[in-house]
Design a protein around this ligand. Structure first.
Ligand code: ZN
Ligand code: ZN
Length: 345
């Protein structure tokens, strides 16, 4: 059973109010900071004290409101921004990475991430325009209607307000975070993004899961130029990996804390297995369909016709990551055309 340990956070979620800063039994602090995405509302930053200062995990969205919430939260821990000696970012999404540069600048702290995540920074792709072009090709290949593609390209791309500074600390699988007084291990969990990291506090047996494992929602596993070829397979393997840790509490980056990482990771794996089966059935019923047509045939949280353009884009991306997993398993083929048409082998 998955047990909700962040009871107040869960109540805040239900009441649609902002959860409070909390001092946790493990010695960690949980600091919610606002995210201007309705379904998420906030990201949970975590703070721990080491011998030489404090560590901040996932500083939050690049906005004044988020900065104010973060600094007020740090003040509640009895510290100031100047006490921050280390910053960790689980992955390069704007709700986690956004404030990294500002926090680093104001504190002089080091910044640590996984090398595969640093490799997703926009400049590695020649910048925003280049990325947009590659994404457009992917949408065309998926058979997304032209009107939707126009609307989507206007809203797609790295956010201009983010300052993409290079982390000087590169954390690979199993690396200990360089903080005296903390035994925090990096766990490489690709899937949601190629270089996503979870962190395991070996002394307190708590797991910081970023977006990899959340108590209620399933993280988006899509396909993009910044993704690896078979992200869903990587995600499934990463779930098995973190699910095996002896864990007393799970600190996710959204929603609320919970216990039962083995149960939650198997629920997530089952969700995708079910999805794969649904996809195979759709391909059987409608051979030579495009990715978009297959997405339309699957079940989503609401009827397809009620989904907004961005939601249909994300649904197509999710569908494609499932198709790619079947492709790598040798179970499906495409006709090599544009858009690609899929059938079972
Ligand atoms: Zn994310
Ligand atoms: Zn997130």
């Amino acid at each position: 059973m998955v047990e909700i340990t962040g009871a107040d956070q869960k109540q805040a979620w239900i009441d649609k109010r902002f959860p409070s800063v909390e001092s946790l039994a493990s010695g960690w602090w949980s600091i919610p900071t606002p995210v201007p995405i309705p379904g998420l509302r906030y990201v949970l930053s975590y703070v721990a004290e080491g011998d030489d200062g404090i560590l901040v995990v996932d500083p939050g969205w690049a906005s004044d409101e988020a900065w104010d919430a973060l600094t007020a939260g740090i003040a509640e821990t009895g510290h100031t921004v100047k006490d921050v000696v280390g910053i960790l970012v689980t992955h390069a999404h704007p709700d986690h990475y956004g404030l990294a540069a500002k926090l680093k600048e104001e504190s002089g702290a080091w910044l640590g991430m996984h090398p595969a995540e640093i490799a997703t920074f926009p400049r590695r792709f020649g910048g925003a325009e280049q990325l947009r072009g590659q994404m457009k090709d992917l949408w065309i290949g998926s058979g997304i209607p032209q009107d939707d593609i126009e609307e989507m390209s206007q809203n797609f791309g790295p956010r201009p307000e983010i300052d993409w500074i290079e982390p000087e600390v590169r954390l690979n699988e199993g690396d200990m975070v360089p903080m005296n007084g903390l035994n925090l291990k990096s766990i490489w969990t690709p899937g949601h993004t190629p270089g996503h990291l979870c962190f395991y506090d070996e002394d307190k047996q708590v797991m910081l899961t970023g977006d990899h494992v959340l108590p209620r929602i399933t993280p988006n596993i899509g396909v993009s130029p910044q993704q690896t070829p078979n992200p869903l397979q990587e995600f499934m393997d990463s779930l098995t990996q973190v699910g095996a840790y002896e864990t007393k509490d799970v600190y996710p980056a959204h929603e609320y804390r919970f216990n039962g990482i083995a149960e939650r990771t198997s629920e997530l794996r089952e969700h995708h297995e079910h999805r794969l089966a649904e996809l195979v059935a759709a391909m059987e019923a409608r051979p030579n369909s495009t990715t978009y047509e297959l997405a339309e045939a699957l079940t989503w949280s609401r009827p397809w016709s009620d989904l907004q353009t961005w939601a249909r884009r994300s649904a197509s991306g999710e569908t494609l990551s499932h198709i790619f997993m079947l492709l790598f398993q040798g179970k499906v083929l495409h006709d090599g055309g544009v858009p690609q048409r899929w059938r079972l082998r």
